[in-house]
Ligand binder design. Sequence first.
Ligand code: ACO
Length: 443
Amino acid sequence: MAKDTLTITDNRTSKQYEIAIEEGGVIRASDLRQIRTSPKDFGLMSYDPAFMNTASCRSKVTFIDGDEGILRYRGYPIEELAEKCDYLEVAYLVVKGELPDADHLARWKNNVTIHTMVHENIKRFMEGYRYDAHPMGMLLGTVGALSTFYPDAASIYDLESRRLQTRRLIGKMPTLAAFAYRHSRGLPYVYPDNDLSYTGNFLAMLFKMTELKYRPNPVLEKALDVLFILHADHEQNCSANAMRAVGSSHPDPFSAAAAAVAALYGPLHGGANEQAIRSLMEIGSVSNIPGFIKKVKEGERRLMGFGHRVYKNYDPRAKILKKMANQVFEVTGKNPLIDIAVELERIALQDDYFISHKLYPNVDFYSGIIYQAMGFPMTMFPVLFAIPRTSGWMAQWAEMVRDQEQKIARPRQVYVGEGERHWIPIERRPKPDMREEAVSEAI
Ligand code: ACO
């Protein structure tokens, strides 16, 4: 009878080991440690740079099937959530695990909304950033600084404290993001307007000028809300992993979230949609597409906004955004880059190179075009990602804190450096040119 185990023969010793296969296809890496050549031997380790094939946790938050192009938060398909919910309802789902009833939703919205204000000192130290500071750098610094305003956040094993910090951070992120944007424009900060929706208030804090009451355009308010829903979580991505890894040494969640913002800052993660826009601008017109595709196929270029580590099919978020782009353009006017993007996608999806490499548009292919049409500068793109991803980070962090199996994140290494050697007097050390080589390799 078939057994859920794996039998391994160690050809060094001819010994056999039987290892359990869990969850339909997972072995525990620590089960490999029993495979050793002598009692003193450390035992086998797996080597997996970039966690290409290693699960670091068990999670109930987000499910992705990359081959089928499926994304679900807590079991609900992203398409249904994007159509039927608003962002705060989805944030409740992501953080708490279930969709709220009307009463809980109203309380949650109130509980988040009453935390949109920030301490006046935050405003003051934001003023200390240079006039041309990158808004994501400002966000990174201020999110970390929140820990100094809320020392109670250190009580990470207190459920009520975790809930409070979650509401605080989700509530304050749009305010910090908007302040960063206004600073970079030399504009006065706008305080939150709690009569408005989550995204309506964010738009007000960004774009309000001298009018007494800012009234967000409902189409843009809804579009931003959908974008926020699509970015709420994406399981163990680089920033969620940073949130968990830093959180595993038990600092307060604001400090861990600062690490997550830092991870998202990088061009391979939150900065990819800027690269996608730059590629489209470089192509410049539909007639230049075949030449660009040729360069991609010859390995000279990458088509940014295409391909994904997990999705080997159309990214479901890109499908939603492609449709939504036209609704936004009816208000903002068309972003001419959309014609290049649509034609590029059409040609690429019929091309053998893209078909055989399973390269499809990802979320970044269309999100930047929409943000640009809405008037956001490219430096704001990662900031617009960080705001909604906060609910995902907090959900992943809380799951990690409650998980009895988790410990401080501390990977092993395969040491490939020198064996033991002994100190030599300075006059007998190797010549400087050799040492320089060694030093430059080390840094
Ligand atoms: N354009 C052209 N060729 C590509 C592209 C692309 N965008 N992406 C992958 N390939 C090719 C590679 O050249 C490689 O080909 P080969 O096997 O013939 O050498 C093959 O497809 C596999 O590529 P990898 O880089 O090994 O795949 P990986 O899973 O490591 O990379 C990644 C995924 C980084 C997203 C990649 O597809 C890429 O660079 N895309 C462009 C950047 C981008 O859009 N990033 C946003 C991702 S979504 C997000 O972060 C929210």
